[in-house]
Design a protein around this ligand. Structure first.
Ligand SMILES: *Cc1c(COP(=O)(O)O)cnc(C)c1O
Length: 233
């Protein structure tokens, strides 16, 4: 794995923080309402330590075995881990036991397994992935499947349903697509019972190339890899 530490990490972090702040100012949002998730996939644990020393507390991983190794190596640090990769049913146990958040639930069966396999006292913080541009090569549910899925997941005891997540396809219009997801998020929240509605406050969207559009549309969690850790090989 290629480490980012000797390689301009501090400069990248400064530039990233300036970008986030400017994006918040341009749409009148409080900087504290946007949480940075450092996407550390393919990067070594040392990079996560460097980012943590610089104040980053949340990290996102796509590849399970790699993630489990890092979570174990860094168990002494107070980090919040987000699973942002595709979910196969035979992997739910590892996700339920090693992560604080999962962003990519797109069917009821996966949610059920995660809830059954979660052993921690803290419920797994759960986002539903929406395939906003109907891209057949990507995970995520269709917009019209959302009401049923929200209802199915809301009743699971060991999941706390927090909101939506999306990954845009190449070539889709980030402004319009992120706005559409934000609208779906508002509509889906009204379907929940009152207690659950209070926790329905997370919207995971925006990556290194398009975070400004996501912040303008209301993203609460931006998932940033390249702009923080440098190019992946
Ligand atoms: C890799 C990845 C990111 C980070 O992408 P960058 O363009 O490097 O910021 C964000 N979200 C998901 C789901 C990813 O797989």
């Amino acid at each position: 794995m290629v480490s980012a530490i000797d390689n301009g990490f501090d400069t990248r972090l400064d530039q990233l923080n300036a970008r986030i702040l400017r994006a918040c100012q341009e749409c009148g949002r409080d900087r504290r309402s946007v949480h940075l998730i450092g996407v550390s996939k393919t990067k070594p644990a040392a990079d996560v330590i460097a980012a943590h020393s610089a104040g980053v507390t949340d990290f996102g991983e796509n590849y399970l075995q790699e993630a489990i190794d890092k979570v174990g190596q860094l168990a002494h640090l107070d980090l919040t881990w987000h699973y942002i990769g595709n979910i196969q049913s035979n992997k739910t146990k590892d996700i339920a036991s090693h992560f604080d958040w999962v962003h990519t639930v797109d069917r009821a069966k996966i949610g059920k397994r995660l809830s059954e396999q979660r052993r921690s006292e803290r419920p797994l913080q759960t986002l539903i992935q929406v395939n906003i541009d109907d891209d057949p090569n990507k995970g995520g549910c269709q917009a019209q499947e959302l009401p049923e899925l929200v209802e199915a997941l809301a009743s699971l005891p060991n999941l706390e349903l927090r909101g939506l997540m999306t990954i845009l396809s190449q070539g889709s219009d980030p402004r319009a697509s992120y706005e559409s997801v934000a609208q779906l998020h508002r509509a889906a929240g009204t379907l929940l019972p009152t207690a659950a509605q209070r926790g329905w406050n997370a919207l995971s969207m925006g990556m290194s190339g398009d975070m400004e559009h996501a912040i303008a549309a209301g993203a609460t969690h931006i998932r940033i890899g390249t702009a923080l850790f440098g190019q992946r090989t």
